[in-house]
Design a protein around this ligand. Sequence first.
Ligand code: HEC
Length: 111
Amino acid sequence: MVRFKMIALILFAVSCFCLVNTNAFAIDTDTIYAEKCEMCHGADGKGTSQGIDFGVQDFTDAEWQAAHTDDEFIHSITNGKEENENYIPFGDMLSEEEIKAMAAHVRKFAH
Ligand code: HEC
């Protein structure tokens, strides 16, 4: 009986670990970027010619990055930019967690 409890406990602990783990790795920001962002922002973050026509900024510009907060990024990715109709909102396409992860992903271009 004690042995059964031990096994149950170990199984429970392992399944919790797996759940936490898959959550942490579930957001593949590289894939999301390639599928949903790259066509405008470019693989290198500098912007494609199409993106630059739409008015994208250069993600590798550290000064521009420093001038914008994570909250601004999250707000823009979720809602688009009111003043720029070329920037489509992703609030319906990505979860809140994914949007946060994407804001962090955008930061990496300036490093
Ligand atoms: C259809 C083209 C297009 C796509 C696709 C696109 N963006 Fe943008 N993005 C823009 C444009 C245009 C701007 C500049 C908006 C402005 O400042 O007027 C912008 C600005 C941004 C900014 C800066 C926001 C700010 O507050 O200044 C971030 C961050 C960003 N995009 C992230 C993303 C991410 C992440 C994705 C993919 C999920 C994405 N974008 C997909 C066109 C695009």
